[in-house]
Ligand binder design. Sequence first.
Ligand code: MCN
Length: 787
Amino acid sequence: MSENGIGKAVKRREDKRFITGKGKYTDDVRMENQAYAAFVRSPHAHARVTGVDSAEAMAQEGVIAVLTGPELVGDGIGNIITGWAITSKDGTPMKVGAWSALATDTVRYVGDAVAVVIAESRQAARNAAEMVDVAYDELPAVARGDRALQPGAPTLHDCAPDNMIFDWEIGDEAATDAALASAATVVELELVNNRLAPNPMEPRSAVAIFDEAEDHYTLYTTSQNPHVARLVLSAFYQVAPEHKLRVIAPDVGGGFGSKIYIYPEEIVCLWASMKTGRSVKWTSDRNEAFMTDAHGRDHVTKAKMGFDAEGHILGFKVDTIANLGAYCSLFATATPTYLYATLLSGQYNMPAIYGNVKAAYTNTVPVDAYRGAGRPEATYLVERMMTTAARQMGVDETELRRKNFIQSFPHQTPVIMCYDAGDFSGNLDKAMAAADVAGFAARKAEAAARGKLRGLGYSSYIEACGIAPSKAVGSLGAGVGLWESAEVRVNPVGTIEILTGSHSHGQGHETTFAQIVAERFDLPIDSISIVHGDTDKVQFGMGTYGSRSGAVGMSAIVKAMDKVEAKVKKIAAHQLEAAEDDIVIEGGQVKVAGTDRALGWHEVGLAAYTAHNLPEGMEPGLKETAFYDPANFTFPAGTYICEVEVDPDTGVTEIVQFTAADDFGTIINPMIVEGQVHGGVAQGIGQALLEQVVYDDDGQLLTGSYMDYCMPRADDVPFYTIEHNMTVCPGNPLGMKGCGEAGAIGTPPAVINAITDAIGTNDLSMPATPLKVWQAIQATRAPMAAE
Ligand code: MCN
């Protein structure tokens, strides 16, 4: 079949424009009457706004308008919503504090927008923004989730006097307590999952265009899900009715989750465009990005795992406090609940699990989904627990994992998920062979001879991708369905356009999506184009996050291709006077199998549109649409092995080897999948060793630039060894599982388990900076005798 079909390492077609600088991003859009927005942001973490004086700003040259929260609310622009309703264990609904795109009376984090200046140039807007005089009455602030829930902490929202958004539970507490009480060994852990800034290469940007003559709005924006943005902007923020608003997400330079949400800036730019009659552009700078892009993670967790005398897990009890920041962002409430605690079973048979998650408001920027979203938090906990338990019980950690691995499928865990397929021992075997675990002792001895501490760390992760089915997620509180759509449009000349509701912002969909079409119709990949990211071109779709585009988005394309194939076969059978079952599509032709009777693929396309000779009653045209709602999540899983060398004198960790053995089901493009794993592992290494957003106790952001927030660079990451161990996913037509987040999910515990193996203590938190590692080493050493 096609030389560019499934399983082929086709080079990314989109890269030509990216690497030649020809990508077209939102900030590249320039309108003739374009003005610029600059936001006036709160310097305080918590304060009452007692007045906004814009006279001086308005007097500056080039300033068109200064707009404020009360005007926005007065024009009927609605509050920012959260999309997943969580019910607390006492049956009460979660407490959602009001979030206006421009603050009306209170600011709740440093960077909260108070006003916007619209001016003729970016610089004029920024200069004038500094002249807007906002009077604040400062209020006490709280930045840590655990502290926000303590009595006496300052209250952010009246609806939640104790700052508790929800106090949610999953699993069976009594059964878990009984299991722990009967356990031969109980292992306890306290962990912090550090707060991260997503840092996509392209910062957020918006260009809003109001066409007064047509009473129509267009928004160019850096979105992972333009249709959802249009829906929310229309239905909830009342910016414009859906049919009068076009949202275009052109080339988007990465998102990692942070571009799922509809932020205040897009709402304000659209509204300001209507108010001023000008097109309005805003592009975030890096400081603004650190201050206002939704952050990720930020959990504090206490957990206990009980084992019987043979090392079988009996029960797992988890208490987590999740810091959700100042307001509930779009997916924020789903991340520490249904995306986290439903994976507490990891790859293991666990008869009893109980998870309690308390979500807190704090005076920090909202926390939401960031690459992995909930699943890295679960994996970090489960996999550090397994390693710690093996060390505490004095058993081999790979044997402990194997003993507890789930072996038969489908497997229903005690926390909602039903794993459909997997080969966890096989993943571990592949990883151990590729990492040459057998040779580790010799490498450790050699390192010791050089004065270095060498360690090996494991992580056997599992994740759930392609959140589904819509009915099930609806019953758990989701405000949307999580299906995907596709249209397969065969043109009269036989070329094909695929209109997909998925959105590519670095994942290579223009290549992989075309590969499955090339494979199916045995056509050159150049005759296929992928259209996405424009609500005026593409039918409603749900966008890209949760590694769903392969498993869900491509499945919709397959469904639409089924319909196209059926019609093509009918037309060919009619014209070639053969039975439909005898028609095959190959080599650019539609043939009667075993004969030389054939039509060119393009001839069938043309026949569908001339409609001169179609079967009786058939509609002309060759274009089919499908909506695909998956029957279940997909469950990518794997084992990662990290080998480190620690310098005991400086605490510096070097990752000397990193092996990833993943099960992503059917792989469409091995090169793109490897790239996805490389990127994810780099982010996982970033979380484990380098990255951390820090707010001080007053809620001031201390890591507001790359001088203070340490991203991984090329010399922080090793060359990776990537292995695959495929079990086909039974839940979708291609047998695929997602690969886009695995690296970020599986990596952090592998790195920390390796360092703690090297230095001989479990007491280490992320990011494991040289200072922390050095201090941990010192703590393991006996105090020097007093002289
Ligand atoms: N693929 C494949 N075979 C598989 C699985 C996937 O060939 N078995 C291909 C897919 O066709 C697609 C790519 O791999 O081209 C990733 O597919 P998938 O795992 O379905 O993930 P999505 O396309 O839905 O992308 C979302 C995912 C997420 S959730 C984050 S966060 C993330 C990630 O992708 N953000 C990224 N990878 C990123 N990569 C870049 N460059 N930039 C981001 O912002």
